[in-house]
Design a protein around this ligand. Structure first.
Ligand code: NAD
Ligand code: MG
Length: 291
């Protein structure tokens, strides 16, 4: 038994800012991705997973959990995130699983196609696709968002999943699963996340349409909708310094979540015993903004 209120750090947090995309290793306090806590029980034995944004945050928590549940794991990340990524590669290998590192920029369609084929080659197949990478920059006003910035957010959060899912689909056998990371922002958008929040609504929406489209093929599509979670995305432009200081205080728990607290959700949605669960979005937001 553990009290969820006292389990993890609560605000105020130290002001801190990193250049995008940010590193988990440089955050204070360091996020918990389940490195020392997640225990597997063979729920994903023999599965093969590709996780975008697998170096840090929710993606790293999923990668650690998947490996400890018996899956081989390929992670994609932005090249500058190599230090975070190498920690994940080591953790997956320490779990006795095959680990594949696939750095590259998801805003590029040709790279997204290559990512999928390299993952399939490196893993010897693919049956879990976690489209988790995301770009978030806070702007007080729509007037502050340039076309280039808008395009960056759309390319990362909407086009990349479209390209990656299209490339992967011909290779997915019945029993495979696609999981998208959406957000409480899909349901209750913040005023300073005009562009980002609409991409998360789009993610929630594609989960539900694709679930219907792919159910007859035996492929499930689900989503995870986190609330405020302590990750590099927030300290590299995702949140203002004012928001960061009191990050998570608006949740009913009075603190942000940690990536480790979502790991078992990514496992549950991917596991074969969830065979009737598709089109479902699983929220973890500390009481507010749920799907
Ligand atoms: P994170 O910074 O740890 O992960 C985001 C990852 O996206 C980065 O690690 C990076 O590898 C990847 N990425 C971004 N742009 C990329 C690009 N052009 N090319 C390649 N990779 C790129 O932060 P996180 O919070 O764990 O984010 C994971 C997902 O969770 C995102 O989709 C985000 O929108 C979503 N989310 C986060 C929160 C939160 O409060 N942290 C809340 C709801 C949803
Ligand atoms: Mg990262």
């Amino acid at each position: 038994m553990q009290d969820p209120i006292s389990k993890y750090p609560k605000p105020p947090f130290k002001r801190q800012s990193q250049p995008w995309p940010g590193l988990a290793g440089k955050m204070d306090p360091k996020p918990d991705h389940g490195e020392t806590s997640y225990k597997g029980s063979g729920r994903l034995a023999g599965r093969k997973a590709l996780i975008t944004g697998g170096d840090s945050g929710m993606g790293r928590a999923a990668a650690i959990a998947y490996a400890r549940e018996g899956a081989d794991v390929a992670i994609n990340y932005y090249p500058e995130e190599e230090p975070d990524a190498q920690e994940v590669i080591k953790l997956v290998k320490d779990a006795g699983r095959n680990a594949v590192a696939l750095p590259g920029d998801l805003r590029d369609e040709a790279f997204c196609n290559k990512l999928v084929s390299d993952a399939i080659q490196g893993l010897g197949g693919l049956d879990i696709l976690v489209s988790n990478a995301g770009h978030q920059q806070a702007h007080d006003s729509i007037l502050d968002i340039t076309t280039e910035q808008f395009d960056w957010t759309m390319k990362t959060n909407i086009y990349a999943p479209f390209w990656i899912i299209k490339a992967a689909l011909p290779h997915l056998e019945p029993g495979s699963v696609i999981i998208g990371t959406t957000s409480e922002q899909a349901y209750d958008p913040s005023p300073d996340l005009y562009d980002y929040a609409q991409t998360k609504a789009a993610t929630m929406n594609y989960v539900k349409s694709l679930a219907k489209q792919l159910a007859p093929k035996g492929i499930r599509v689900c989503g995870v909708a986190p609330g405020p979670i302590w990750t590099p995305l927030q300290v590299s432009g995702g949140a203002s310094m004012e928001k960061l200081e009191k990050f998570g205080s608006m949740s009913s728990m009075g603190r942000p979540g940690q990536p480790a607290e979502l790991a078992s959700i990514y496992v549950q949605l991917a596991a074969s015993d969830a065979s009737f669960t598709t089109g479902a979005v699983y929220g973890a937001a500390g009481g507010t903004g749920q799907p």
